[in-house]
Design a protein around this ligand. Structure first.
Ligand code: SF4
Length: 217
């Protein structure tokens, strides 16, 4: 009998420990979500200890409830948290793919695990992963999907053939060209989740050094 409680507890404790080692200043840790009547202190460690355990159970149930299997790379590595360094347009793009799975039909699905509330509104992340797999292994994934931990279900699978690798190459080339020119366009719809906003002039970040309107902002 598999002891899910101890698997969860060990994994949770290890992640907290790893986070503590990565982020020496604990004051920089942030709580997610909004303060609510039930969670006046937002989604803090206690919330994650309970809700994360539920998400883990839902994941196990979802995996047991379908016949998708984990794809194994040509190198013999199960495609679980598959870390790749992929050259695109003379740049190296680092990516970590949560899962690559196979349907019983043999079709390949890229699956990204999401613990946040919102389902992504575009497929760009999945498209990058498809291009990364193709460039690394010469294999094209058919579909991409988000597994939403708060509902225990997947988003609607998207066909990834509409995002050819040449498109991803072009996006990376354009990003690189912008960076070389010191052009950084703000993405104001994502600021609340941004990990570098303290450096961002658009958010009047404390550590921002380049005033808005100046090249390199
Ligand atoms: S805070 Fe600044 S860097 Fe972060 S998403 Fe917003 S505009 Fe972009």
């Amino acid at each position: 009998m598999i002891d899910l409680d101890s698997i969860w507890q060990d994994a949770f404790n290890n992640e907290v420990q790893r986070a503590a080692e990565r982020e020496a200043e604990k004051s920089l840790w942030r709580k997610g979500g909004r303060a609510t009547k039930d969670n006046p202190d937002k989604e803090n460690g206690e919330w994650w200890a309970t809700s994360g355990r539920q998400m883990f159970s839902d994941w196990v149930q979802w995996r047991n409830g379908n016949d998708w299997t984990i794809w194994v790379t040509p190198d013999g590595e199960p495609a679980i948290e598959l870390n790749l360094m992929v050259p695109f347009a003379d740049q190296i793009v680092k990516m970590g793919i949560d899962r690559v799975m196979l349907m019983p039909t043999g079709e390949m699905v890229i699956l990204d695990l999401k613990s946040g509330q919102r389902t992504p509104t575009n497929d760009l992340q999945l498209a990058f992963y498809a291009a990364g797999l193709e460039k690394t292994y010469g294999i094209r994934a058919n579909f991409g999907v988000y597994w939403m931990a708060r509902t225990g279900t997947t988003s609607i699978p998207v066909a990834l053939d509409k995002y050819p690798t040449t498109m991803i190459e072009r996006i990376v080339a354009d990003f690189a060209a912008q960076r070389d020119l010191g052009i950084y366009i703000p993405n104001l719809s994502h600021c609340s989740l941004c990990g570098v906003k303290e450096y961002c002039s658009w958010m009047s970040g404390e550590k921002a050094i380049i005033p808005i309107g100046t090249k390199g902002n």
